[in-house]
Write a protein that binds this ligand. Structure first.
Ligand code: PLP
Length: 458
């Protein structure tokens, strides 16, 4: 018999209690957190969909690896394992460990960046953009136009606009630090990038003599989409698809907190020995020696094992299916979503959900607060709070989209948790007309969404 139900391909060996709360309690908790979910206490959250980063449940095999961690300062066995796992996957000879993705970004783009430099991506992730801009360089996003229409169905909405890439490489000749392909395209809606697109981007970069970097945090999830959606890929393994993508790039940066199932960690991988040497210096000054880079041996063990486990076809089938399940439940009750559903998250189109709230009044932030009030669900705004900038006259230049991301931690929540989330959205839909916009009362200069304070408009 062939089953319709795709079950979690694991049993639960260890559990962590969830504290339940009343709506009245959550109203107070929200107020105390200045309506910013980053300022909430985790113990007050019922279902935490803020991020899939560092929140994975590790396997018994990974925990066993943790016990085997070799904590030697230099040349630890755990580093040998991690280096081997990364080399084998990426095919790149030079690997540096980092304590998370952004440490790798700071080192790599700190070296390649600087005033007058330009970086081009399908969409820069927020920390990627911040690290590039922090060096004085400019970060330009060129997703394909289809990627910006949230309702449009397209198999690879994460793709880069190759024609625009060609134009920008001519316009900024001699000033391009790197072209960065983010797989899957996190800020662009968790949407996949096709192998064909990666090949075109790579060929264009080669013609212009510009390095192509892969931001490969979710390269395994991306491989699922390539195998199942791209012509002629059905017979390849998920791992070999990822390897083909790496073969196109000159370097890669990964946050191991995503597809490596680790709670912390990351790496940079390079083909070029000179670039690796320069980055090694920066790593040693700011992160740690080149055989641990800010990680403990046990973390490196967990990463090495996670990088193998993630390519298990049963896991990837379950992973993508369970994310789609949430999307289908929300679709049924009319919640406007970014379509098709991406790999690690469901993105709600807050602009369409609250058409009466203009971008300058942050409809996404309003939805984030409503989700917590009604269900104790923590989510994150990916819109004008995260990406908005101010014009000279002080008015808001809004982000292209006003999304709210419901990111699904790997191997953590069961189907009934997800059904509870869908039920909370029934409440959101019932009260949508009553919701007002928000205003920022306090904000820092960089990455303001992490620490800004908000209040409701009346
Ligand atoms: C998470 C993430 C990063 C940054 O990694 P951290 O481990 O959070 O520092 C960079 N790029 C993408 C696409 C990501 O998802």
């Amino acid at each position: 018999m062939k089953h319709r139900t795709i079950i979690e391909p694991f049993r639960i060996k260890s559990v962590e209690p969830i504290g339940l709360s009343t709506e009245a309690e959550r109203v107070e908790q929200l107020k105390a957190a200045h309506y910013n979910p980053f300022l909430l206490r985790s113990r007050d959250v019922i279902i935490d969909l803020m991020t899939d980063s560092g929140t994975s449940a590790m396997s018994a095999h990974q925990w066993a690896g943790v016990m085997e961690g070799d904590e030697a300062y230099a040349g630890s066995r755990s580093w040998e394992r991690m280096e081997h796992a990364v080399r084998d996957l990426t095919g790149m000879p030079h690997v540096l460990p980092t304590h998370q993705g952004r440490a790798g970004e700071r080192i790599l783009y700190g070296h390649l960046g600087g005033k007058g430099k330009v970086f081009i991506s399908n969409t820069h992730f927020d920390t990627t953009r911040a690290n590039i801009e922090f060096t004085g360089a400019t970060a330009i996003d060129i997703p394909i136009p289809e990627g910006q229409d949230t309702a449009l169905e397209h198999p690879f909405k994460g793709n880069m606009d190759v024609q625009e890439l060609e134009r920008l490489l001519n316009e900024h000749k001699g000033h391009v630090g790197a072209v960065i392909l983010t797989v899957t395209n996190n800020s662009g809606g968790g949407q996949p990038v096709s192998l064909a697109n990666a090949e075109e981007v790579s060929a264009t970069c080669k013609r212009h003599g510009v390095p192509m970097m892969l931001d490969c945090c979710r390269v395994a999830e991306n491989s699922w989409f390539v195998k199942n959606r791209e012509q002629g890929m059905g017979d390849m393994t998920y791992r070999s698809i990822a390897q083909r993508m790496f073969a196109l790039a000159d370097g890669a940066v990964m946050s191991a907190k995503k597809d490596a199932f680790a709670n912390i960690g990351g790496f940079i991988a390079f083909r070029d020995a000179e670039l690796a040497k320069a980055c090694t210096q920066l790593l040693i000054i700011t992160e740690g020696f080149s055989t641990y880079g800010g990680l403990s041996g046990r973390d490196m063990e967990a990463i090495a094992i996670g990088l193998e486990e993630v390519f298990d076809p049963h896991y990837l089938d379950y992973r993508i299916r369970s994310t789609t399940f949430l999307g289908e439940q929300l679709n049924k009750i009319g919640v406007p979503l970014m379509m098709p559903i991406g790999g690690h998250a469901v993105y709600v189109d807050a602009k369409k959900l609250y058409p009466h709230i203009p971008p300058a009044h942050y409809p996404g932030q309003a939805l984030v607060c409503e989700l917590f009030r009604l269900g104790g669900i923590r989510s994150v705004e990916i819109g004008s709070v995260m990406f908005g900038t101010y014009a000279e006259d002080g008015s808001l230049k809004p982000s292209r989209m006003e999304l709210v991301r419901l990111a699904i931690p790997r191997r953590v929540y069961t189907q009934s948790h997800i059904e509870y989330v869908a039920e909370t959205f029934e409440g959101i839909m019932a009260e949508r007309d009553r919701v007002k916009g928000m205003r920022i009362t306090e904000e820092p200069h960089f990455l303001r969404h992490f620490t800004a304070h908000f209040e409701w408009l009346h």
